[in-house]
Design a binder for this molecule. Structure first.
Ligand code: NAD
Length: 254
């Protein structure tokens, strides 16, 4: 294997899938980590058809032993790693009064511990290769909250802070760590959320959410993937940055 290797979590759908695809199109070998086995198989088959090097591995990022196993497998299959993009996450709803401890814990385990586990186990492979970079995924909801997203907002706020801490700790080792903060992006996650609000007309909800963004629409996963590529590969003097990709959502007074 001679091409550089990127690990992408949540690679079977949405933003992670777009990033995996873009990186493979640029000639990288992509280790695609996701818990959705059948979606990973579809991704792999489509990539093979297009001559792209995307290799699925079933991982639950909330489980440290699963991530550790994936890292060992990655090292055996590909050797060292250059880039890590953390996209795997779940959206949950509830206020402080009606969020169960189980739901709160699950959200924190997938979103926050997921990022911690992957950075902990992939960075040694990046170090072995002589350096590289990491991009984490927070959210506009780390800055400004909606009602009823207690656990999700808490997890994304913590990822924001953790990214800065990781950036400081890893800078002396030649590893940059940045984060993206998306607004609404058209992915399976967003469409599932829209169906919760309006099972009969989710398109209307997507249009309403889009209209709240100053650019007047929701974003696409490919628009986010272009930013992720820039941060991972080109932004060689950026670390600890949290970059909004939100159509202006977080800069306006409501
Ligand atoms: P998505 O649901 O479309 O895709 C997420 C992928 O992560 C899925 O393939 C899923 O199987 C995988 N995943 C979930 N739990 C996992 C686990 N425990 N282990 C491994 N894989 C797991 O979501 P998306 O919209 O592409 O979101 C990607 C990231 O962007 C998430 O962290 C999300 O919070 C964040 N984000 C999304 C939006 C948006 O509007 N779509 C906005 C802000 C932030």
């Amino acid at each position: 294997m001679t091409s550089e290797v990127a690990v992408v979590t949540g690679a079977a759908a949405g933003i992670g899938r777009s990033v995996a695809w873009r990186m493979a199109e640029q000639g990288l070998t992509v280790a695609a980590w996701d818990c959705d086995e059948s979606a990973l198989a579809t991704l792999e088959a489509e990539a093979t058809h297009e001559g792209l090097s995307i290799h699925g591995w079933v991982v639950d990022v909330s489980d440290e032993s699963s991530v550790a196993m994936a890292a060992i497998h990655c090292r055996t299959q590909f050797g060292t790693v250059r880039y890590l993009f953390n996209s795997a996450g779940i959206q949950t709803y509830g206020t402080v009064l009606d969020t169960s401890a189980e739901s709160f814990e699950r959200t924190i385990r997938v979103n926050l511990f997921g990022h911690y586990h992957t950075v902990k186990h992939v960075v040694p492979l990046i170090l072995e290769g002589g350096g590289g970079s990491v991009v984490n995924t927070t959210s506009a909801q780390a800055f400004q909250c909606q009602e009823g997203v207690l656990a999700y907002a808490a997890s994304k706020g913590a990822i924001l802070t953790m990214t800065k801490s990781m950036a400081l700790d890893l800078a002396p080792h030649g590893i940059r760590v940045n984060a993206i903060a998306p607004g609404s992006v058209d992915t399976p996650m967003l469409r599932q959320a829209a169906r919760l609000f309006s099972p009969d007309d989710p398109e209307k909800i997507l249009a309403e959410w889009g209209a709240r963004h100053p650019l007047g629409r929701v974003g696409t996963a490919d628009e986010v993937a272009r930013l992720v590529w820039f941060l991972l590969v080109d932004a060689t003097f950026m670390t600890g940055a949290i970059v909004n990709v939100d159509g202006g959502l977080t800069v306006q007074l409501m």
